[in-house]
Write a new protein. Structure first.
Length: 122
């Protein structure tokens, strides 16, 4: 059976089926729920990225250290060295990540009005 004889369905029907499958039945959610959920998702995303950065940097450092130790027969010195370097690289990556979001350790992000007031007093 070929699809030549079938009548194509309208775009509206397709969009309604997509919304239904996604679970979005057209009801509007309150903006408070959306902003709270978005903030939670954003915080979780940053936390997951921080963990990933640390694990990846340590994994690469340990892997390189192990490979070089086996090749140069210097066990365990290069493993220790590259594990420390990997940890330092992970901390540096987390520092860069946190700075890109406008945060610094122990402080909250400044609002644009606070930044303007700080610039006026200089």
């Amino acid at each position: 059976m070929t699809s030549e004889g079938k009548i194509p369905q309208s775009n509206e029907d397709f969009e309604s089926r997509v919304r239904r499958l996604r679970g979005d039945d057209g009801r509007s959610k309150s903006s408070e729920d959306d902003s709270g959920a978005a903030a939670t998702r954003s915080g979780m995303a940053v936390a997951m990225r921080v963990g990933t950065e640390m694990v990846a940097a340590l994994g690469v450092g340990v892997g390189v250290g192990l490979l070089l130790d086996r090749w140069l027969e210097t066990q365990p010195w290069l493993l220790i060295l590259f594990a420390l370097l990997g940890g330092a690289a992970g901390i540096l990556n987390v520092f860069r990540l946190v700075n890109s979001y406008g945060y610094s350790a122990g402080y909250q992000r400044q609002s644009p009005t606070d930044q303007a007031n700080d610039n006026d007093t200089d």
